[in-house]
Design a protein around this ligand. Structure first.
Ligand code: PEP
Length: 259
């Protein structure tokens, strides 16, 4: 059975207290999966900045299986006059190993552009964090037949500053914007088509087959997990809404693999 990555993007949800409670619940719910965690299953959660330390403390004090920790965004540079931003050393101090880069909500609501996303990708490798690069088309772009053109630009610009070895370590997450938080997932065939195409594109950009990891994100939950995760080009899921409760989050894996 292939290794599944199950990553939970909490967005602007979960206080410190809720984060602590989630981690205890996670340790209980993940007990039956302990044997596969780290081997067939890699789980990570991405709390808001203010809850990262609570997650880190819980990881050290709660006994039982724990997820890896990541942040939802980061800025380039170690420190300085960047009001409202958080640096890679600050995230690493909280125990983060991963960071989401270029989520569609940052691209479309907060105006983050491809040049900054590329700099963030470079900064992650310079300072030792694994980027989870989100990309995907809007409904308008899909209906206009421009989805692949948009995604090609998003992917090529993000990996442009990376070596082939670095590009191979990125976790890519195909997230069609029209499927995020809408309850309307892409079909397994649509998601498979894009994930397989992405792997070919990234291999071509790197100049060789780099064994890329590509997740699908967009309204993944227990009821559609088996169909999506069984597709051979899909290596896991980036999950928003269903990741806020440990039980519904882990149900995504058990629905795929059987409990
Ligand atoms: C996301 O935030 O990346 C996401 C996929 O959200 P949801 O699962 O709620 O659609």
């Amino acid at each position: 059975m292939k290794k599944i990555r199950l990553y939970g993007n909490w967005k602007m949800n979960m206080t410190r207290a809720e984060t602590t409670a989630f981690m205890s619940e996670f340790a209980r719910s993940a007990k039956p999966l302990e044997a596969v965690m780290g081997r067939n299953l890699e789980v990570a959660v991405f709390p808001p900045f203010t809850s990262l330390w609570a997650a880190n403390e819980a990881m050290r004090s709660v006994s039982g299986p724990m997820p890896l920790l990541g942040a939802q965004n980061v800025y380039i540079g170690d420190h300085g006059a960047f009001t409202g931003e958080v640096s890679i050393p600050m995230l690493k101090e909280c125990g983060c190993t991963h960071v989401i880069i270029g989520h569609s909500e940052r691209r479309h609501i907060l105006g983050e552009g491809e040049p900054l996303i590329a700099k963030k990708m470079r900064a992650c490798f310079d300072a030792g964090l694994i980027p989870v690069l989100c990309y995907g088309e809007t409904l308008e772009e899909r209906e206009a037949g421009r989805a692949f053109q948009v995604m090609e630009r998003q992917l090529r610009s993000a990996v442009e500053p990376l070596s082939a070895d670095e590009s191979a370590q990125v976790v890519y997450a195909y997230e069609p914007v029209w499927a995020i938080g809408t309850g309307k997932s892409a079909t397994s065939a649509e998601a498979q088509e894009v994930c397989a195409w992405s792997k070919r594109l990234l291999a071509e950009a790197a100049g060789r087959d780099i064994g890329t990891t590509v997740l699908y994100g967009g309204s993944v939950k227990g009821s559609n997990a088996k169909e999506l995760l069984s597709m051979d080009a899909i290596d896991g899921a980036l999950v928003g809404g269903a990741s806020l409760k440990a039980e519904s989050f882990l149900e995504i894996y058990t629905a795929y693999a059987g409990s």
